[in-house]
Design a protein around this ligand. Structure first.
Ligand SMILES: C[S@@+](CC[C@H](N)C(=O)[O-])C[C@H]1O[C@@H](n2cnc3c(N)ncnc32)[C@H](O)[C@@H]1O
Length: 211
């Protein structure tokens, strides 16, 4: 992030913006006991989320931001990890819920953004929610990102991108400044696969039992 952007993301103005935006983005999604935040930045979103979930892991690519947030939240229920959300340093199905607030436009290409979505899917347990928001394209956004990465996410195509990553999409909705999304990693195999599974199981069982 450029200096102006860093200043904004630490400001009281942004603190009051995220105080409105987070409940708007999360809604009634049940994030569960072990939540991942992707791209916490200076951590205004982390401060807020950390008070409402038992355990929070924040994954931040910027070494300086990760280190200062980690020191600030030492001894709390938040663990800060320096790492890249396109290649998350976590095991499969590790988290009960995942969130990303105003970070996807900082990922430098649509292809890499899709990798973030695929990684969020991989590290979420079946049934886990992935929710978040991002700012819409505007002249204000362009000015704030001068000399910085800005690959705006188009809310009109975002649902199909989430689906391509494997998610069941519950909602993509926008207001005048931002859009929110709510998606879930499906909790069970699709019905067709379930039937095939059970059929295979029956066949193997019959073979084992003999004629
Ligand atoms: C605009 S800040 C948003 C911070 C915070 N979520 C908020 O809403 O206040 C975006 C953050 O995402 C981080 N980020 C960008 N790409 C990332 C990646 N591939 N993996 C992890 N973090 C990333 C940036 O370093 C930056 O700190």
């Amino acid at each position: 992030m450029n200096r102006l952007h860093r200043w904004l993301c630490r400001s009281d103005h942004w603190r009051s913006t995220v105080a409105e935006r987070l409940p708007w983005a999360i809604g009634d999604a049940e994030l569960g006991p072990n939540v991942l935040e992707i791209g916490p930045g200076p951590g205004l979103t982390t401060d807020l989320l950390g008070t409402s979930v038992p355990r929070l892991t924040a994954l931040e690519i910027d070494a300086a931001l990760a280190s200062s947030l980690s020191s600030r939240l030492k001894g709390s229920n938040v663990q800060v990890i320096e790492g890249d959300a396109t290649e998350m340093p976590f095991g499969d199905s590790e988290f009960s819920g995942a969130v990303s607030f105003t970070m996807l436009h900082h990922v430098p290409s649509e292809k890499l953004q899709n990798k973030v979505l695929a990684e969020a899917f991989r590290v979420l347990r079946p049934g886990g929610f992935f929710v978040g928001c991002d700012s819409l394209q505007s002249w204000f956004m362009r000015i704030f990102h001068l000399g910085d990465t800005l690959v705006p996410v188009n809310p009109d195509t975002f649902a199909s991108r989430l689906q391509s990553a494997g998610f069941e999409v519950l909602e993509v909705k926008q207001n005048s400044q931002a859009f929110r999304f709510r998606a879930r990693r499906p909790s069970a195999l699709p019905v067709k696969a379930q039937i095939e599974n059970e059929t295979n199981h029956l066949c193997w069982f019959d073979l084992w039992r003999g004629p």
